[in-house]
Ligand binder design. Sequence first.
Ligand code: CTP
Length: 401
Amino acid sequence: MSEPVGSPCVLLCVTGCIAAYKSCEIVRCLQRAGARVKVLMTEHAAQFVGPTTFRALTHEKVAIGLFDDPEDPIHHISLAQEADVVLVAPATANILAKMAHGVADDLMSTTLLATKAPIVVAPAMNVGMWEAEVTQENVRTLQRRGITVITPDAGYLACGDVGGGRLPDPWRVADLALVAAGTTGPLAGERVLITAGGTQEPIDPVRYIGNRSSGKMGAALARAASRRGADVTLVLGPASVEPPAGVACIQVQTAAQMLDAARTAFADATIAVCAAAVADYTPARPADHKLKKSVEPLDTVELVETADILAELSRDKGGRTVIGFAAETSEVVAYAERKLATKGCDAIVANDVSRADSGFGTDTDKAWWIDRTGATELPCMSKTDLADTIMERAVALRHAH
Ligand code: CTP
């Protein structure tokens, strides 16, 4: 098997269903998350999307027939062995039935029988076929054998019916496949807490004090940790990102709620990464009615400091590894070194938020990694790559503990 972290190899099995066109987007999502993708399709699937499309997207040969590759007479075995995870998306009722009963009569079903890699299936079909007793029985059989079955979404189906049977969002399918690929990764057995997003501190029912945060970095960290096998809890304040699939997400609004949720998750955690942009002040007495400027001027709202979640967790860290962030606009390393010392964490990721390509809402970050051994300048990179770098360094810190 290839190395599960870095660029896991995903074997995407596409079966004959109208949702097969969505598999192209799933390829893209997997690639954006750093995976190498190979596509195996049934002959029926090739009626919906041509192999040329997948070949162009993956830059890899597309496998269809058992005897198509003259150089590899046991193609099903090599495909089965190469994969870190096998994802069947969309999965028809037919492939579910074959898998449940060990039928091996074409390249896909023989490969699925031969592989030792984790298997994830994303069924998509007409609601009647999905709800049929025999399909549900087959799904239960697959789940009993440890196969991850992604429940289809409900909604309008291609056949005009309304109900369960739609292939879920491609990102969700890709995330769950990568989580399955990471179960043997270097963070297997670790429980990772991540705080992310901003917080909103109510002044009255319509106004709040808050910090800018898209939550993108936190979501990328959650993905990077779960892809390495960790059990991840994401404590997420108001943000514009969707929490990744396969991650436990607790949504909060205020700094006090974030502290509560973080403390609870921290009790069981082995690693904590505080990426949230927590508001530093909160109104001492939020009003229960909308304040009228002429009667109760807003410039007299009394503020109190919020608890420093990173410092609080670091104080009780015991054998845990705690990593914080520093958002700075000048003297980035000097301020971050000071934060490392005063907050008592193991490392700080210092982010230069004065740059157009770094910080709030951008897809890239210019950062420094600062720990007890010193500061390391990192090149400007995507938040996904930075999250991977942080998790690799977290693994190293765990080993050093
Ligand atoms: N942090 C926190 N709770 C707070 C404030 C900050 O957990 N109430 C955490 C952030 O999640 C981040 C680190 O502390 O990991 C540094 O946050 P930052 O906003 O850069 O610094 P501050 O502590 O707010 O200090 P300053 O405003 O002086 O830069």
